[in-house]
Design a protein around this ligand. Structure first.
Ligand SMILES: Cc1ncc(COP(=O)(O)O)c(C=O)c1O
Length: 350
């Protein structure tokens, strides 16, 4: 039963912090850094989604998921929104539900940052944390809890970030369109997007395929993730919001030109390099896109201007404050890309 799954913080309702405005979603900054790659330098344009309300790209997704259910009449004030989340979507949903008069229950995993859970409860959401499972693959457990809540509470509605067309739709209509509008003359040679549900990648890829087909799409997934197909494997240092134990329902191979698979620990090392060189704090999946873009740039001399979608910043992730966990050293390609990021220059103020 549901209670057996509750191992997280109390679901008691503290005094509710209501966001005063949720109007300013999107139009996030693009921050260029220059990275030496072989005998040339490339420019990585970091789209800083942490500038969104609630601190991540998921403000866009949450708003679009709710708007879709509101438009069909399934979601009305007083109803309960239910969702499974690794953190960012939950914070955004909790804030938007508080503002719009919906109750909200969020089902999270043990790797969800505690500060994200605290923000959800501060907005009045109930939070259920599923028990850890070997290898960190908690998605099935989270979805079981979501279904239990839907069965038990007839006033509850699932936003379903895993299947709602609103998820890729908002990234096609907003995130990608903003990128294209702010691109340097000639556009981007490539755009790197990390994958969890696959919504961001699907939306961004569709936009560029339709509007700027010259731009190469780089899918960035975790070693051990099944988001782009294949079997999931254990990820002892799993980063929240990066990769998935299930294949994305939004993606098919025609949507990307290249896949770069990265170990969680190497994404953490990329975050550390960017922080040291530029002072910019990136979340793990953002570090992964920056590292993947650098890997691709080293393989393809035609790439000079590359965009990296950076879903959030790194402050809330305890994992990013620790030394890279011991393990096998990175392979040569990754080591060279990390070395290049260790010599990156901030161009933001130029
Ligand atoms: C930190 C972070 N990065 C990347 C993503 C991936 O986004 P998508 O679900 O659109 O694939 C998420 C999604 O939760 C996230 O929280």
């Amino acid at each position: 039963m549901l209670e057996q799954n509750v191992v997280g913080p109390s679901t008691a309702r503290p005094s509710t912090a209501r966001p005063s405005t949720v109007a300013v979603i999107g139009d996030t900054p693009l921050w260029p850094i220059r990275v030496p790659v072989g005998d040339r330098t490339v420019r990585l344009w970091l789209k800083l989604e942490s500038a969104n309300p609630f601190g991540s790209i998921k403000a866009r997704t949450a708003d679009a998921l709710l708007a879709t259910l509101e438009a069909t009449g399934e979601l009305r004030p007083g109803r309960r929104v239910v969702e499974s989340t690794s953190g960012n979507l939950g914070v955004a949903l909790a804030g938007l539900c508080a503002a719009r008069g919906y109750r909200c229950t969020l089902v999270v995993e043990p790797s969800t940052p505690m500060t994200s859970i605290e923000r959800m409860t501060a907005y009045g959401a109930d939070v259920v944390t599923v028990s850890d499972v070997p290898g960190g693959r908690t998605l099935d457990a989270r979805l079981r809890v979501v279904r239990e809540i839907l069965e038990q509470d007839s006033g509850s509605v699932w936003t379903n970030q895993y299947e709602s067309p609103a998820n890729p739709g908002v990234h096609e209509g907003q995130t990608a369109a903003e990128l294209a509008k702010a691109a340097p003359p000639g556009g981007f040679d490539a755009v790197a997007v990390s994958v969890s549900t696959g919504g961001t990648l699907a939306g961004v890829a569709r936009y560029f395929r339709d509007n700027q087909p010259r731009t190469r799409i780089v899918a960035v997934d975790a070693v051990g993730s099944a988001a782009l197909g294949g079997a999931p494997a254990d990820r002892p240092h799993k980063l929240a919001g990066f990769g998935s134990a299930r294949a994305s329902t939004f993606l098919h191979s025609g949507l990307w030109d290249h896949v770069v698979r990265l170990r969680d620990a190497d994404a953490v090392a990329a975050c550390a390099a960017v922080l040291e060189r530029t002072g910019m704090s990136l979340g793990g999946s953002a570090g992964a896109t920056v590292l993947a873009a650098t890997v691709r740039a080293a393989l393809d001399p035609g790439l000079r201007e590359l965009a990296c979608v950076c879903p959030d910043s790194g402050e809330k992730y305890a994992q990013l404050r620790q030394a890279t966990p011991a393990g096998d050293p990175p392979d040569e390609r990754i080591a060279a890309a990390l070395d290049a990021l260790g010599r990156a220059e901030d161009e933001g103020a130029a």
